[in-house]
Write a protein that binds this ligand. Structure first.
Ligand code: UDP
Ligand code: MG
Length: 154
């Protein structure tokens, strides 16, 4: 089954929203297969946000992402990459629809609560960037038969 990579950004840690955001993913039926707290560094952020290093807001994004430790996690589910991106909503929280995580919990384009992988290919790259293989636990919860039809559980 597909996996995706999520960061609970410093905005989530600072504002005490870790439980709220985590609950969204768990209530949806997604499985946490990896989770840990870590301090971002400029080196890893330059790699993770390589598509943004030349943008004028990049220095501010670096400061924002290093302001506190973050929580990184791997979530498992059918079509989970697309599913989590739609749960997260538009990049700018002020434009994100109500009902999405950014739409419900944020007011900023930068301090926007979470990162989520934008494609299955990038999810694999990002999971490998932040997690060692032994930090991922690929178990099947007892709730699966009530969460998926048999042909959805591959
Ligand atoms: N960002 C920003 N200003 C912008 C665009 C993006 O500060 O004008 C930050 C924001 O925190 C965003 C991150 O850079 O989440 C990565 O940008 P991306 O375009 O990949 O958006 P995302 O995939 O997070 O929606
Ligand atoms: Mg992105």
């Amino acid at each position: 089954m597909e996996q995706t990579f999520v960061i609970l950004k410093p905005s989530t840690i600072q504002r005490g929203l870790v439980g709220e955001v985590l609950s969204r993913f768990q209530h949806k039926g997604l499985v946490i297969t990896g989770i840990k707290m870590m301090q971002m560094t400029e080196e890893i952020l330059r790699e993770h946000y390589a598509h943004l290093v030349d943008r004028p807001f990049f220095p501010s994004l670096l400061r924002s992402m290093m302001a506190t430790p973050v929580i990184v996690m791997v979530l498992k589910g059918k079509d989970v990459v697309e599913c989590v991106r739609s749960m997260v909503g538009a990049t700018n929280c002020r434009k994100a629809l109500p009902g999405t995580i950014r739409g419900d919990f944020g007011m900023s384009g930068q301090e926007n609560i979470v990162h989520a992988s934008d494609s299955p290919e990038n999810a694999i790259i990002e999971i490998n960037r932040f997690f060692a293989p032994e930090e991922i636990f690929d178990y099947t919860p007892l709730t699966f038969p009530a969460t998926y039809a048999p042909d959805e559980r591959d």
